[in-house]
Structures are given as structure tokens and as C-alpha cells.
Write a protein that binds this ligand. Structure first.
Ligand SMILES: Nc1ncnc2c1ncn2[C@@H]1O[C@H](COP(=O)(O)OP(=O)(O)OP(=O)(O)O)[C@@H](O)[C@H]1O
Ligand SMILES: [Mg+2]
Length: 325
């Protein structure tokens, strides 16, 4: 559905060229919710701008649903852009217009009749759970409700792709959950393809089917969530199952154990760790449900015996073990 091939974007600057995207390949299937994560400066915003064709790539191609955006004349590009709905961190609703008119606005601009635009806007407000707030102005809506209106507005042109740029970073935790839940519902009902740019791993954990880690304008890691999370020891596996930071002054644990319930049931992992308690004690740990499996990480401190023996026994249980100190 979204195909980026060998995408490069170079910004000339007085101090030398800045390579924002450095030969990026990306493939997102129809109906998938795909997360793009990466450190500041990795190229996330540049990627979005290339996808929406606000920016022309230096080389490489961008294709949405088989249509190559790169090389299209401006007029056709404008038409293609309608196939992409955008949801931003800051919703930017028109303050002077009601929620209903905000959703109808892009349709009116595209030349839809007032009656039809309002009918469609009502359906969309219903879809995002705001059927009874169409007459409210943005100032009278909560942040989460405004984001819902933003999603309805993004869906007005029946886009094939929904691009979400940090959709939840201005929202609190509970509201974020609701908005992400809505994105999932929208995908389930409309079969739309969703790309979410985020710096929050919790967003990826909650809604994404697959994820790409960008670094220095390149794909550093990529895959279905269930695969990257069991690629133990990698950046994404670690970031998806974060451990509490070791307090200052406390020595780091010596062993780290990872597992997925696809390989070992959680109850068994806990029983095995309890069995080993005299040799290695659990210092901290996390268990998450991710892509339908329970996945976890524990930090263990050696109490008796030697590292190799303990490591071997843990591995024999089917656990992934890393020696961290
Ligand atoms: N218009 C521009 N002119 C020059 N350099 C730019 C421009 N836009 C982005 N860059 C550079 O390109 C690189 C990628 O920037 P980009 O904004 O895509 O990163 P990002 O992943 O969105 O970061 P953040 O998480 O901080 O938003 C950075 O080194 C940035 O300085
Ligand atoms: Mg950015």
C-alpha cells in the first residue's frame, strides 16, 4: 500500500549537505497499522513530508496504492494528496467553526455540496463517538475530543492512508489510550492503512502491527511486532519491554532474561526463576502483552554459584539470557 524505494533526501546547508533520508526502503501492507520510531533527527518528519509530497525527495520513489507520487505534475499531486488523511499532534481546528463544520470543511474545499458535506461530517462524527457534539466549537471540547474531530476531518476525503504525526503526545495517558483505540476501530471498520510517527514506545505496543526504527535516515530495524520483540537484545526488543532504570549507586544486575509465552508459558518462567532463587534473585522485571503474546524481561543478580552454570540452566528452560555485568 505504501512503498518507499531507496528514498534519499539531502538538504544543502552552508556547513555541508545534511542527509536526512539515506536510501530508505519501506513497505506497509494494506490495512496495517505501522509505527515509525527513531531518535531526534532520524528523519521521521522528513519522511512524512516526502509521503505527503510536500517535499520532493532528492532521489528514490514514493508510491501509494501503486501510484508513484514522485514525478507527478502538481495538479495530479494535489488529487493524490486527498488520498492521504493527516492527523497532527496539535489538531489545529478552526476555532470559529463548529466541530461539524471543521469536519465538513475539507469536503467543501474539494467542491462537495454543503448538504452532502454536512451529511458526511455527521456520519464521521458518529464514527469517532462525537455524534452529539457536532454543534460545539473547539474551545468547548476536551483535548481528546478535539483529536477525535481531527481524525474525523482526516477521514472526510475517504483516504486510503491515514498518517498520524505524534497523534498523542499532547494528550494524557488515559486519553491517549482512547484515541489509539479509536484509530484501531477506524482501521478495522474502514480497512484503511495507518502510519504512526511517534517517539512513544507505548503507542507502538498498543496499536501497531509492525514497526520501523529509523536511525540517521536509514532503516535500523523493521518487522512485525511479534518478531522484533523476540529478536532479543536488539534496540526495539529492549525498548518495547523496558526495564526500570537501576537506581543511582546500585550496581547493575548481572544477568538479563527475556522470554515470550509463545516459547515458555509465563507461569513456568516464574516457577523456574523461583527454583533458582538461591542462585540468582530477581531484581526487577516487566511482563507485557504484545501482539497477543505475553513477553517479559527480568534482571537477575547472582547470589551463589557461577555465572556460566546459572546461565546454562536458564537457557535450558528456553529463556534468552544475556550477561550484563
Ligand atoms: N529544511 C531543512 N533544512 C536542512 N536540514 C533539515 C531540514 N529539515 C530537516 N533537516 C535535517 O534533517 C535531519 C532529519 O530531520 P527530521 O526533522 O526529519 O528528524 P525527526 O526524526 O523528525 O526528528 P524529531 O524527532 O526531533 O522531530 C536532521 O539532521 C535535520 O537537522
Ligand atoms: Mg520530527
Amino acid at each position: 500500500m505504501i512503498t518507499l524505494t531507496n528514498l534519499r533526501k539531502v538538504y544543502p546547508s552552508p556547513d555541508g549537505d545534511v542527509i536526512a533520508l539515506d536510501g530508505l526502503d519501506l513497505d506497509v501492507d494494506r490495512g496495517e497499522i505501522h509505527g515509525i520510531v527513531g531518535p531526534s533527527g532520524a528523519g521521521k518528519s522528513t519522511l512524512i513530508r516526502c509521503l505527503t509530497a510536500l517535499e520532493r525527495p532528492t532521489s528514490g520513489t514514493v508510491a501509494i496504492d501503486g501510484v508513484h507520487l514522485t514525478g507527478l505534475p502538481e495538479r495530479e499531486l494535489r488529487q493524490q494528496r486527498r488520498r492521504i488523511g493527516m492527523v497532527f499532534q496539535h489538531v489545529n481546528l478552526l476555532d470559529a467553526r463548529t466541530a461539524l463544520d471543521n469536519v465538513a470543511y475539507p469536503l467543501r474545499i474539494a467542491g462537495t455540496s454543503r448538504a452532502h458535506a454536512r451529511r458526511r461530517a455527521r456520519e464521521l462524527l458518529d464514527l469517532v463517538g462525537l455524534a452529539d457534539r457536532g454543534g460545539s466549537h473547539p474551545a468547548y471540547l476536551s483535548g481528546g475530543q478535539q483529536q477525535r474531530v481531527g481524525i474525523a476531518r482526516a477521514l472526510a476525503g475517504d483516504p486510503a492512508v491515514l498518517l498520524c504525526d505524534e497523534p498523542s503526545s499532547a494528550l494524557d495517558w488515559a486519553t491517549t489510550r482512547q484515541v489509539l483505540e479509536l484509530v484501531k476501530q477506524v482501521r478495522d471498520r474502514l480497512g484503511i492503512t495507518v502510519l504512526i510517527i511517534t517517539h512513544e514506545m507505548s503507542v507502538v505496543r498498543q496499536v501497531c502491527d509492525s514497526v520501523t526504527l529509523l536511525d540517521h535516515g536509514r532503516v535500523a530495524q523493521h518487522g512485525a511486532l511479534r518478531d522484533v520483540v523476540t529478536d532479543y537484545g536488539t534496540t526495539l526488543a529492549r525498548d518495547l519491554i523496558p526495564l526500570a532504570a537501576t537506581p543511582v549507586g546500585v550496581e547493575r544486575a548481572q544477568l538479563e532474561v527475556s522470554f515470550s509465552s509463545a516459547d515458555v508459558p509465563v507461569g513456568q518462567v516464574l516457577a523456574r526463576l523461583a527454583d533458582l532463587n538461591d542462585l540468582a534473585g530477581v531484581e526487577s522485571g516487566t511482563i507485557e502483552t504484545l501482539a497477543g503474546e505475553r513477553v517479559g524481561r527480568f534482571q537477575l543478580d547472582l547470589r551463589a554459584g557461577d555465572k556460566d552454570t546459572v546461565t546454562e540452566r536458564l537457557r535450558a528452560f528456553g529463556l534468552h539470557v544475556e550477561v550484563t555485568r
